[in-house]
Ligand binder design. Structure first.
Ligand SMILES: Cc1cc2nc3c(=O)[nH]c(=O)nc-3n(C[C@H](O)[C@H](O)[C@H](O)COP(=O)(O)OP(=O)(O)OC[C@H]3O[C@@H](n4cnc5c(N)ncnc54)[C@H](O)[C@@H]3O)c2cc1C
Length: 379
């Protein structure tokens, strides 16, 4: 690669920071532009399950000290995925024995992100919202910020999530659409052990039929994380009709109103579930729309590319959005570094990356759609 190779990454989330870690560790000039004003974002603290593919991608990308931080601040291992009726009768149980020690499992999103930021103080620029870009006559990319100003590099990677500004310009037709489900997300601080014990041992899905269900999963940190107590993720997932409120209303609701709507929706479910809502942290509740991307044909590689949710947005029903973003980061880092060593251009690296990323990403999207169909099958 040419001497003045400089990689610009839009978005300091799961995929963008992992890519930045790998490139930085290999000595490349890399900068991340992140719209959030600070590393700490309130109320985005959902639990993310890191699967074997995500673990492998992290091991490929991260220096040992960063990997150690993530291991230390991961949740403890679970070994079950279970499905219950709303009366808490067990319908299905899948056992995943023996997660190797040291592997990450259920992580807290905010804590995970702060771990990924380790050592990147001079790489990540907070408070920079990427609003667009321009490819220059010399084939470089100039990225613009909504706050004013711009920067130039040899490659721009849109790692800016489902609403990606980079994708909007690169692939205007590739807009993820509404998957028809809303998620009311909250947390319950953990004090004692939960009952039934399956709630302690992995992810539990409580099936309310074809229009509604709830997912629960613990995050019990391996070592205490300051300011973030252990918690139970509490999510109600339902169609707008089942919730009985318009999006306009839902997305204006206060945390307390969202908590109340969730509690009312499970009012005739098993007392254990009602009790979880009664003990939940009311201020933690927030609404999320599940979106999904349509398959798009391969496009000509250039000095701008995309990774993760920016290109293959999927509902979390397959537990794969973050893991696929991590795999994208690992593949792209490998191709950029191999091009750098072999004297190839960034665009050649992008071509090799996109040939792997697109089929893999959309296979994960398809799987998340299939999983949603199973989860919302009528009992
Ligand atoms: C309730 C829920 C549960 C989930 N559980 C799982 C799970 O168990 N396993 C799993 O694999 N996935 C899970 N996911 C999905 C996972 O969170 C996403 O797929 C993953 O975060 C995508 O990573 P990313 O790097 O592509 O985008 P993100 O992590 O969303 O990062 C994008 C970043 O870009 C920034 N940004 C956005 N626009 C701009 C801009 N214009 N300029 C600069 N910065 C910008 C954002 O602030 C953000 O920091 C879950 C999602 C939800 C909603």
């Amino acid at each position: 690669m040419p001497e003045n190779t400089r990689i610009l990454i839009a978005g300091g989330g799961v995929g963008g920071l992992t890519l930045a870690q790998a490139l930085r560790h290999a000595g490349l000039d890399v900068v991340v532009y992140e719209q959030d004003p600070t590393p700490r974002i309130r109320n985005q603290g959902y639990r993310i399950h890191i699967d074997p593919a995500g673990n492998a991608a992290l091991a490929d990308c991260l220096p040992p000290d960063v990997m150690a931080v993530l291991r230390r601040t991961s949740g403890r291992n679970g070994d079950l995925v279970t499905t219950f009726t709303t009366g808490l009768q067990l319908i299905h149980k899948q056992h995943f024995p023996g997660t190797p020690a040291g592997r990450l499992t259920a992580v807290d999103r905010d804590t995970f992100r702060r771990g990924l930021l380790t050592g990147l103080d001079d790489v990540v620029r907070f408070g920079h919202t990427v609003s667009g870009y321009q490819v220059t006559d010399s084939g470089r990319v100039r990225v613009r910020f909504a706050e004013g100003g711009s920067d130039e590099g040899s490659l721009l990677v849109g790692a800016d999530g489902a609403g990606s500004a980079v994708r909007r310009q690169l692939l205007p037709e590739a807009v993820p659409h509404d998957f028809g489900l809303r998620c009311l997300y909250g947390r319950m601080p953990l004090t004692g052990l939960l009952s039934p014990e399956e709630f302690e041992r992995g992810l539990c899905w409580v099936s309310g039929g074809s229009t509604c269900g709830a997912a629960f999963g613990t995050v019990r940190f391996r070592t205490p994380v300051e300011g973030t107590p252990d918690y139970l993720m509490v999510t109600l997932v339902a169609t707008p009709d089942r919730l009985g409120v318009t999006d306009e209303r839902l997305f204006r609701m206060s945390s307390e109103e969202l908590w109340k709507l969730s509690s009312d929706t499970v009012a005739d479910w098993h007392p254990v579930i009602r009790d979880v809502y009664a003990r939940a942290d009311i201020a933690s509740f927030l609404p999320i729309t599940f979106r999904i991307a349509d398959r798009i044909p391969a496009w000509a590689p250039g000095p701008v590319t995309v990774l993760g949710d920016a290109i293959h947005t999927m509902p979390p029903t397959g537990g794969a959005g973050a893991n696929t973003a991590l795999a994208d980061a690992a593949t792209l880092a490998k191709e950029i570094l191999s091009a750098a060593r072999g004297g190839r251009t960034p665009v050649e690296a992008v071509a090799a990356y996109q040939a792997i990323m697109l089929p893999r990403g959309f296979a994960a999207v398809d799987n998340s759609r299939r999983m949603a169909a199973q989860m919302f099958a009528a009992p």
